[in-house]
Design a protein. Structure first.
Length: 545
């Protein structure tokens, strides 16, 4: 019965994933727009609060041609480092496109980098601007200028500064400076204000991530969360789904923290200065687009003076060795769900083994061996109970023949035998029940950890986070389950016996779409269990003779 309940839970999870992939999808909720309001891309909808409309600074001095975008464009500045290939639009100085050079799209396309950000198709961009009180300030619709169309990080140089300039009609000059560093996905960001007007400049900066609702993932990635999250010392890690943004926008003030849009393996995050109180906000836009951002407190710059506002922008993988050093709590974007307390130690141990052996496949095998050793005594007790149950099968069958359909007397007689022989009929279920939380936790580790993305093992197994393309591992796993079933005692109930014998086939079909690494873990675990169970059963049967 316990095994049947566990199987039912797994089947329910499969059904939910199937529904998410192929079932009817909810109609996106969009906020109603006032009559005559612009449809998209205006300060009335995607700027966090009312700001003065900036004066145009004229056409850009330089910039690469840019593809058409529903966000508008003013030409592009391309920036290439050793890890990033990004494009910044001169309209607003937004980061509109980001490719991660060390992360190919697939093992078969090693020369094509993964594109994390884009303003075409599924929109995902990083925007910023200034909000002024009684003076000019450029929001992310203002036109900036630059002196170069392309910047590249030279060999031997560790930093690359990319300045963009906006000039207002009253003498206010704003310079946006992106700072790229070698081997880093963290981008420094600064907005310098030179107040050439004849009055004080009072204003703040906002930084936001805009994203459209992503298309449904595959069966494997159906449960990976795509959407907005934020972190603060008070609330810790919080998800804000697109539907929640549409229903009830966020508005709260926190010191420190960060906001992000996350997806499978990757994220973009704005990280404000930790010593300032920032306003966190979300908003739904027309076109099924959503914002999450932060607004800094006001600063005052006297006439003829200068001031600056700083932040950091992370655009890259959910690397658990890097994220804790970027910002507190950023590693929580690697979302292992409710079993994080088990999954994180499993990943730490798996990562430690990988540092020794250098191959994630062998690391999974060694991790499986360590888990098996940790539960060795429990498994030994359970297998001994199953072996004793197997030994009692002739006596149990004799009782069934004697009592026929009298279930009550049959059960009483069976319990007397169990009590006399000191057999626990539930003991055989313990190994699988104990493994279920570990199994689910390891599933999330293999599914969420970018370190295992496209990690090869051997032969045709070139991506441990993807399914086996030839289904060899699932078939071997099913065969190992069948062998293990033969070592177990046959359930006295014919219906239960049929259910148990069908489990290898059910699990084989289910595992066809599971990550190679997870099937490898289950296969190795079964092989170790078969060896241990065969040895214990043989020893008990010899002792009986």
């Amino acid at each position: 019965m316990l095994l049947f309940i566990a199987l039912s839970v797994i089947v329910l999870l499969m059904w939910q994933t199937w529904q998410q992939d192929y079932g009817p999808q909810p109609v996106p909720v969009q906020q109603a727009q006032p009559q005559g309001a612009p449809v998209s891309g205006t300060a009335n909808t995607d700027v966090p609060q009312t700001a003065s409309v900036p004066a145009s600074s004229g056409p850009p001095v330089a910039g690469l041609p840019a593809p058409s975008s529903m966000l508008g464009t003013g030409g592009r500045v391309r920036v290439v480092t050793d890890v990033l290939d990004v494009q910044i639009d001169l309209k607003g100085g937004d980061l509109r496109q980001a490719e991660l050079l060390g992360y190919p799209v697939s093992p078969d396309k090693r020369d094509t980098p993964f594109r994390l950000m884009s303003d075409e198709g599924e929109i995902f961009v990083a925007q910023s601007g200034l909000l002024a009180t009684g003076n000019e300030a450029p929001d992310h619709h203002a036109m900036f200028t630059t002196t170069q169309a392309e910047y590249r990080l030279p060999a031997g140089q560790n930093e690359l500064h990319v300045p963009l300039v906006w000039r207002g009609s009253s003498g206010v000059v704003v310079e946006k400076i992106y700072t790229f560093r070698r081997k880093q996905f963290v981008i420094g960001f600064q907005q310098r204000v030179r107040n050439g007007s004849d009055s004080d400049w009072v204003g703040s900066q906002y930084r936001q991530l805009q994203r459209s609702r992503a298309s449904q993932g595959s069966y494997l990635t159906g449960y990976t969360y795509t959407g907005s999250v934020y972190y603060s010392p008070e609330t810790k890690y919080e998800k804000v789904s697109f539907d929640e943004i549409a229903e009830k926008p966020l508005s709260a003030s926190y010191a420190g923290g960060w906001v992000a849009m996350i997806q499978h393996y990757f994220l973009g995050a704005w990280i404000p200065e930790s010593d300032k109180l920032n306003q966190f906000y979300t908003k739904a836009l027309p076109g099924d687009r959503y914002l999450i951002g932060v607004v800094s407190p006001n600063i005052s710059i006297p006439a003829g003076g200068e001031g600056s506002l700083s932040s950091q922008l992370y655009v890259g993988p959910k690397d658990q060795n890097v994220l804790p050093d970027v910002a507190p709590g950023l590693e929580l974007s690697v979302d292992y769900g409710v079993l994080t307390v088990i999954a994180q130690p499993l990943f730490w141990l798996l990562n430690w083994i990988h540092k020794l052996v250098g191959n994630w496949g062998w690391s999974i095998i060694l991790l499986t061996l360590l888990i098996k050793l940790a539960f060795y005594k429990l498994s030994e007790t359970s297998y001994r109970s199953m072996a004793n149950m197997r030994k009692m099968q002739p006596r149990i069958q004799a009782l069934r023949d004697r009592y026929g359909d009298d279930k009550q007397r049959l059960n009483q007689a069976m319990m007397e035998i169990y009590k006399k022989e000191k057999i626990n009929p539930l003991g055989g279920c313990l190994p699988i029940l104990v493994q279920i939380p570990v199994f689910i936790s390891l599933y999330w580790v293999l599914l969420e950890s970018v370190e295992l993305r496209q990690a090869p093992f051997m032969l045709w197994l070139n991506d441990l986070s993807a399914k086996d393309p030839y289904y060899v591992l699932p078939v071997l796993m099913g065969a190992s389950m069948f062998i293990q079933q033969k070592l177990n005692p046959t359930p006295p109930d014919p219906i239960q016996a049929k259910i148990m014998m069908s489990l290898p086939l059910v699990f084989t079909v289910m595992f066809l779409w599971f990550p190679q690494g997870l099937v490898l873990y289950w296969l190795v675990n079964n092989i170790l269990s078969i060896s241990q169970q065969w040895y214990i059963t043989r020893r008990i049967e010899k002792a009986a003779h």
